[in-house]
Design a protein around this ligand. Structure first.
Ligand SMILES: Cc1cc2nc3c(=O)[nH]c(=O)nc-3n(C[C@H](O)[C@H](O)[C@H](O)COP(=O)(O)OP(=O)(O)OC[C@H]3O[C@@H](n4cnc5c(N)ncnc54)[C@H](O)[C@@H]3O)c2cc1C
Length: 417
């Protein structure tokens, strides 16, 4: 009996691999599709997304929220597949999408598991062959057919989809970079990989001493004294440094740009420096005689306020009467820019996405097909595309997969439906 040749073989049963498989089966229910997943189940990373709620896409799908050496490539894909396309793809799988006030989209169930189930069940219903605990080891093309060697035997296919992700989330989520290394050894150009959407390590004891406290602040990343990125939102002080959405948002540049880096927190962004000086003068006049340990409470988190005063060299056991106008100006400066020297991030394992990846110049943005290997497609995070925090990385996974599925259908001569 001759060996089965799949129409499409997909490496990776994550967000993009599952989406590609389901969309292919929607286009043509007779197409034979296999998904090889090295872990015991599919969608293991997807289930952890959005703190278990899955921030599935965003209302504001614009190029400014995505990063790549080749932005035109990304632009061309997201222009064709915006959030309304993602909504309608998931509506067909039974997922109702809701948007929060900032534009982030979630399944109405607020359960990432429901998104994994919707994809997994649709794949099963439509007859996608899911090969679990099947690690792809190498690929070879012989007479126009891909021979895929795995830990579970060898498979053949007319088209191949590389949907294996990169390093983020670590090995437990399947992010070992094995296929990225394989593609690089096959001669595919790559763009340097670094962790993004990740916590930052800082020097000194300030963050550690405030461990567990959350504040809302404008976070700025400064290199050589210049602000290279800033974001407003929640900041969490940790024993290793700084976390929280606003810090994660600026982490990409902290990891990728050279030079000594400082992160500053504007603890009262709605107030100017002089507003704060006036406010402190007023407080000093009405809170006379009070211990300094209580001077800033009611204005800042009490322990954060105490840290501000310690940073300007005051003793908390002294009274408010000890503050002179220079102290008030110094305190206002710290409130407008509490400063931390950063020394990298908490690494790929703790990051949500990998910046860099396979150079997109190797692919056609019209169908995600390789320019050097006809029939080979790549989707999702393995490519040099990453997005901001807010649903943009999953949006890239879905949109590149829909584009590839339609490209594969055309390549195989199927009718789009
Ligand atoms: C904790 C966390 C939270 C996140 N939250 C969000 C969020 O809310 N919104 C958002 O937009 N993005 C979020 N992301 C990012 C998002 O999850 C990824 O961008 C997205 O999952 C990438 O999809 P992918 O299919 O390309 O890769 P993955 O989801 O990583 O899937 C790749 C799959 O390929 C498999 N694989 C790898 N190598 C092989 C091999 N050799 N053989 C067989 N299988 C292989 C892996 O096991 C894995 O299952 C989050 C990420 C993390 C880590």
């Amino acid at each position: 009996m001759s060996k089965k040749i799949y129409d499409t073989f997909i490496i990776g049963g994550g967000a993009s691999g599952l989406c590609t498989a389901v969309r292919l089966k929607q286009i043509d229910c007779n197409i034979s599709v296999a998904v090889a997943e090295q872990l015991q189940r599919v969608g293991k990373k997807l289930i952890t997304t959005g703190n278990g709620r899955c921030n599935i896409t965003n209302k504001d799908i614009s190029i400014s929220r995505f990063h790549s050496e080749n932005p035109q490539f990304v632009q061309s894909v997201i222009e064709k597949y915006d959030n309304s396309h993602i909504e309608s793809f998931f509506a067909d799988l039974g997922i109702v999408i809701t948007y929060d006030e900032t534009g982030r989209a979630y399944p109405y169930s607020l359960q990432a598991s429901s998104v994994v189930d919707a994809l997994r069940l649709a794949a099963d219903d439509k007859g996608v062959e899911t090969l679990l605990e099947t690690k792809v080891l190498s690929i070879e093309k012989k007479k126009g057919i891909y021979e895929i060697s795995t830990s579970n035997g060898t498979f053949s296919a007319k088209t191949l989809v590389v949907a294996a992700g990169l390093y983020s989330g670590g090995i437990k989520l399947g992010s070992d970079g094995s296929i990225y290394k394989m593609m690089s050894s096959l001669g595919y150009k790559t763009v340097k990989t670094t962790p993004a959407i990740v916590q930052l390590r800082t020097i000194g004891d300030i963050a550690k001493s405030l461990k567990g406290i959350k504040v809302n602040a404008t976070v700025a990343l400064l290199i050589g004294g210049k602000t290279v990125r800033s974001d407003f939102g929640e900041v969490l002080f940790c024993d290793y440094g700084l976390s929280g959405p606003a810090v994660m948002q600026i982490s990409r540049e902290a990891e990728r740009k050279a030079g000594a880096k400082t992160v500053t927190l504007d603890l009262m962004p709605e107030y100017s420096f002089s507003d704060i000086v006036e406010l402190l003068k007023f407080r000093a006049s009405v809170l006379k005689g009070r211990k300094l340990e209580d001077f800033l409470s009611g204005m800042l988190n009490k322990r954060v306020g105490q840290t501000v005063l310690k940073l300007i060299g005051k003793k908390l056991s002294d009274t408010v009467d000890s503050l002179n106008s220079s102290d008030l100006k110094k305190a206002a400066s710290v409130i407008k820019g509490m400063s931390f020297e950063t020394v990298g991030s908490r690494g790929f394992e703790n990051s949500q996405v990998t910046a860099g990846g396979i150079d997109t110049n190797e692919f056609d943005s019209g169908n995600m097909m390789s320019k050097r290997d006809a029939g080979l497609f790549a989707v999702g995070e393995i490519l040099d595309v990453d997005g901001d925090c807010g649903g943009f990385n999953l949006h890239w996974a879905w949109s590149s997969s829909l584009c590839a599925a339609e490209g594969i259908a055309e390549y195989l001569g199927l009718e789009l439906c």
